[in-house]
Design a protein around this ligand. Structure first.
Ligand code: FES
Length: 486
């Protein structure tokens, strides 16, 4: 018999109708599924026993998060009533699967998991989930609502008209660029490259939302990472002119003195983070045809999160300090500089960007939130708390795919991570560490304690120059560690 795992008090599921659940085993294996709550009697169920637990339980379903046919993300699939059962209709090829049994007329079967409501103290029911594999100890590492337009409205539009829409690398457009260009991308990789080449930050956000929506709802079915001639991501994503002029050496960016400066700096990091989420798709996808759709689901979700963070932060910045809008203060591109040294290896990218940089974010976020709290700025605290919760899931994704790569190669993840950091990072991995948040994301202390990077910056500069020279004849996806061995 497989075990049952506590998911949450039922009332926590009343905010949305779908939730992404991520489980991790002791051995570092991941499993994602979606909980569907079809009952619309949420308000009644809030502590008032008008609807019986049995009825509510009947309307809770859990199914693996990716279609057993070709791996489509089913988080936004249609649900239809079919005779006496409910079926999920996959957005990619419209196969349907019984939500309770997983059966399909096509002969395929999706994994489904029993859900049980158990009474708990105070008369509040708890949701328990049957776990996937017998004999495996699973732990819940993520429970987050799947965005639903009606329950999760996008942030208000942001006025960034003070920023020129001129790219530093593109020719001057006569009119604002449309979200979907005339030669609309037809694959996810093409969208990723288009968004990376989009200088205007708001257009980058809009295109991110649009592309992820297309991908999730099955209007964009082709990832394109196995295409023969996929487009190449840029060496460095362009920025609007006024922004580029403000880009300075990281050491010259003033120490964060006030809330507006901090919000501006964080928004800049989020803009680079949007690019990094698309870059991992565009740069490493084509070099790794073995990557499953779940990889692309995780990083499109990350791109969407980062674009949400960017709009939340810039909206807070304009509310707090209308005279210093986004783009008016000095910024730096050190996150991208770090990413450049990992161009040759997906494993290095996951280690340095997602398990060093993003994990560092988990350490410093609570202190930043506290500064805003002490200043009585509860609106910014709310924004930063949303960002912190999302960032835990991003480090989780980094850990998930880093261990996936290591498993394919038959190598041990902790030692491999430490080796990657020694090669791709300069200086100590600094604490103090937020051990609790790191551990939630899979980063136990053995990964990062007493670790020092010995990056040879001179060697890296020479390599980057070499890459520049070879750029016209060779795509910048230099030999990847793990494909060369598999
Ligand atoms: S029916 Fe789901 S991927 Fe094809």
């Amino acid at each position: 018999m497989s075990q049952k795992l506590l998911v949450a008090p039922y009332k926590q599921l009343l905010t949305h109708f779908r939730f992404l659940v991520t489980l991790r085993s002791q051995e570092g294996k991941y499993h994602s599924l979606i909980i569907f709550r079809l009952s619309t009697s949420g308000d009644v169920a809030l502590g008032e026993a008008s609807e019986s637990s049995d009825n509510i339980e009947q309307q809770l379903y859990a199914m693996e998060a990716h279609c057993p046919h070709l791996g489509a993300d089913i988080s936004h699939a249609d649900i239809e009533e079919c005779e006496d059962s409910m079926v999920l209709v996959c957005p990619w090829h419209r196969y349907d699967f019984d939500l309770r049994t997983g059966q399909s007329d096509t002969g395929l079967k999706a994994c489904t998991y029993a859900i049980e409501l158990r009474p708990a103290e105070g008369g509040i029911d708890e949701v328990w989930l049957q776990t996937p594999e017998e004999g495996t100890n699973w732990r819940l590492v993520e429970l987050r609502p799947v965005s639903e337009a009606f329950a999760d409205p996008p942030p208000p539009p942001l006025d960034l008209s003070h920023l020129s829409s001129h790219s530093t690398q593109a020719t001057t457009p006569a009119e604002p660029e449309p979200i979907v260009p005339d030669d609309a991308p037809t694959t996810l990789i093409q969208w990723a490259v288009l968004i990376l080449n989009t200088a205007d930050p708001m257009l980058k956000v809009q295109r991110t939302r649009h592309a992820v929506e297309l991908y999730r709802t099955g209007k964009l079915k082709v990832i394109g990472h196995r295409a023969s001639n996929p487009p190449q991501p840029p060496e460095m994503p362009p920025r609007v002119d006024s922004f580029s002029k403000n880009t300075v050496d990281p050491l010259k960016v003033s120490r964060r003195k006030n809330r507006a400066v901090m919000l501006h700096a964080l928004a800049n990091i989020e803009q680079w983070a949007i690019d990094l989420a698309w870059d991992i798709i565009a740069r490493y996808g084509p070099a790794h045809p073995e990557l499953p759709p779940a990889f692309f689901s995780d990083f499109t979700k990350m791109a969407l999160d980062e674009s949400k963070h960017f709009t939340l932060l810039t909206a807070r910045l304009s509310a707090l300090s209308p005279t210093t809008p986004y783009g008016s203060m000095p910024v730096h591109a050190s996150l991208w500089d770090s990413a450049r040294v990992t161009f040759a290896s997906l494993r290095a990218r996951l280690a340095i960007i997602h398990l060093v940089h993003e994990a560092r974010g988990l350490d410093v976020n609570p202190g930043t939130i506290e500064k805003f709290r002490r200043a009585g700025d509860s609106e910014s605290v709310d924004v930063l708390e949303i960002i912190h919760a999302d960032e835990v899931t991003h480090v989780t994704a980094g850990h998930r795919w880093f261990t996936w790569v290591c498993e394919r190669e038959g190598i041990e993840p902790i030692q491999t991570f430490r080796d990657e950091v020694r090669k791709g990072w300069k200086g100590d991995i600094k604490g103090p560490f937020n051990k609790e948040a790191r551990e939630k994301a899979g980063m136990t202390p053995e990964f990062y304690e007493n670790l020092r990077g010995e990056q040879d910056t001179k060697g890296i500069e020479a390599k980057m120059k070499n890459l520049e020279v070879n750029k016209t004849t060779e795509p910048p996806t230099v030999a990847l560690h793990w494909t060369s061995r598999t």
